[in-house]
Write a protein that binds this ligand. Structure first.
Ligand SMILES: NC(=O)c1ccc[n+]([C@@H]2O[C@H](COP(=O)([O-])OP(=O)(O)OC[C@H]3O[C@@H](n4cnc5c(N)ncnc54)[C@H](OP(=O)(O)O)[C@@H]3O)[C@@H](O)[C@H]2O)c1
Length: 162
């Protein structure tokens, strides 16, 4: 089963200069809860945005078309979507964590969406792809807690494919 997990602003911005445009520790916490013990799939640029290499306690699968691209162990490099099933158990939850290029590759097969909607406008250079929400049902919606460390209003939403 394939899920998408991402956070976007009011204008669907997800990235800026190779990083997240915001700091939202509560979203990081949710990211961890939803990915720990699972397989995560990411594009080469998203992988390079991690300051300490592969994320612990998760099978990290990195996509690049460059077969010589080096990922730090224990991450795994794949060169195409077709290669994914050779490394991941597709019967368990495989969480695609972006960026936009990788979301595009999986958009026709994604079963579940975990989105954090941040009610703020940021400067960005990468946006979330267009998704056809009529093909999905909202199954969970939760307002995020705003405090001194999480200063932007945000909502956690989960959708399941119809
Ligand atoms: N807000 C969020 O939730 C969120 C989530 C993820 C990322 N981001 C942000 O988004 C930005 C990065 O996203 P991005 O869209 O620019 O890049 P990306 O999707 O992370 O990486 C793009 C690269 O992935 C590889 N790739 C993509 N599709 C592939 C395919 N079908 N087969 C093989 N390789 C493939 C290619 O690598 P090669 O060029 O090496 O071939 C491509 O250049 C950063 O700013 C990051 O912080 C935000």
């Amino acid at each position: 089963m394939i899920s998408f997990l991402w956070a976007e602003d009011k204008n669907h911005v997800i990235g800026y200069k190779g990083k997240l445009p915001w700091s939202l520790p509560n979203d990081m916490k949710r990211f961890k809860e939803l990915t720990i013990g699972k397989t995560i799939v990411m594009g080469r640029k998203t992988y390079e945005s991690f300051p300490n290499g592969p994320l612990p306690k998760r099978l990290n699968i990195v996509m690049s078309r460059n077969p010589d691209y080096q990922v730090a162990k224990p991450a795994i490099l794949i060169n195409s979507y077709g290669d994914l099933k050779n490394h991941a158990n597709m019967k368990s939850e495989v969480v695609v964590i972006g960026g936009s290029k990788v979301f595009e590759e999986f958009k026709d097969v994604v079963d579940r969406l975990y989105v954090t909607r941040i009610n703020h406008e940021f400067t960005g250079d990468v946006k979330m792809i267009d998704l056809d929400y009529s093909k999905f049902t909202l199954t969970e919606k939760k307002e995020g807690i705003v405090d001194e460390k999480n200063i932007y209003p945000y909502t956690f939403e989960t959708y399941q494919r119809n």
